[in-house]
Design a protein around this ligand. Structure first.
Ligand code: 5RP
Length: 222
């Protein structure tokens, strides 16, 4: 079976009726959302969801989920989200889908976080996947130069239409190859000190467990 599907569906075992559930963005979480849509058809199973992107909101709505917001709930019980790279320390690169800022807000407000990936995302050292950094569009050229001073050549992400990719928050994404990222905290801190940087795709101290799907149908838990 599809490895992303295995992981995405397995995460729903952790969802209990009455929970507020944070929903990430991407093709792995798609399977989580779809399965949750089946689960709510059962009697006495009700959840509310907070979405990390417009794409996820559309999906959640399609599958009949009850969408809520931070204005209505104080905290999130459980968040399920994908990743672009994850290591044994549960350090993660996210943002391949451009939703990293909202994903980080939701993850950092959640009591428990599950990362769902297929095994191609599991790495010993982060950095092969270019680190997405969300920046304000105003003055992005100068922000990009300051980011480059940290040891990269940042590339502004393009959309499918050949125009700059715009996040749900109206910002740009710069994709940055830094080589091996051995100290994600240090890099994240340095990036965040640059005016114009809104958020980085480095996640640490957020994920509690990772479910890694394998095409054979098994799921590894770290
Ligand atoms: C979006 C993300 C996604 O979680 C990440 O890109 C993984 O996506 P997929 O599950 O489609 O491989 O960070 O901003």
């Amino acid at each position: 079976m599809h490895a992303k599907r295995i992981a995405g569906e397995k995460a729903t075992d952790f969802v209990e009726s009455g929970m507020v559930v944070g929903l990430g963005t991407g093709t792995t979480v798609y399977w989580t959302i779809k399965r949750l849509g089946e689960m709510i058809k059962k009697d006495n199973f009700h959840i509310k969801v907070i979405c990390t992107s417009i794409e996820t909101e559309v999906l959640a709505s399609k599958f009949g989920l009850d969408i809520t917001s931070f204005g209505e709930v104080n905290s999130i019980d459980l968040t399920i989200d994908g990743a672009d790279e994850i290591n044994q320390n549960l350090h993660i690169i996210k943002g391949g889908g451009g939703a990293l800022f909202r994903e980080k807000i939701v993850a950092s407000s959640s009591k428990f976080n599950i990362t769902v990936v297929d095994e191609s995302k599991s790495v010993s050292v982060l950095g092969k996947f270019p680190l997405p950094v969300e920046v304000l569009s105003f003055g992005w050229e100068v922000t990009s130069k300051k980011i480059n001073d940290l040891g990269t050549v940042s590339v502004r992400r393009e959309g499918l239409n050949g125009k700059p990719f715009i996040t749900d928050n109206g910002n740009y994404i710069l994709d940055c190859h830094f080589g091996e990222i051995n100290d994600p905290r240090f890099l994240h801190k340095n990036l965040k000190m640059i005016t114009g940087v809104i958020e980085t795709g480095l996640f640490f101290d957020t994920t509690n467990i990772a479910l890694i799907g394998n095409p054979s149908g098994s799921v590894k838990v770290i």
